[in-house]
Design a protein around this ligand. Sequence first.
Ligand SMILES: [Zn+2]
Length: 94
Amino acid sequence: MIRLLSVLVLILLILTLIRSFLVRLFGPPSERQRVPSRPPRQKVAGRMMKDPQCGMYVAADLAIQARTRDSLLYFCSTECRDLYAKARLEEAKR
Ligand SMILES: [Zn+2]
């Protein structure tokens, strides 16, 4: 009787092992490929431009751009752009 029980336990153990082996081989890909997959970030390649208002560097692709008569300026925010434009206007008035 005890012998039969130990055989059953052994079979169960083997089945469990086979199952986990099969799952590892053909299991859901999320188990295996989860590690390196990050959400693709917006690629911020390219130039870093200096915000002339606050002095911070911003990626040209993401910056607020403002064209002046002779150059293209890059700002970190619309606030900086507006402040800069205002300052230029004040300067021009003088
Ligand atoms: Zn700024």
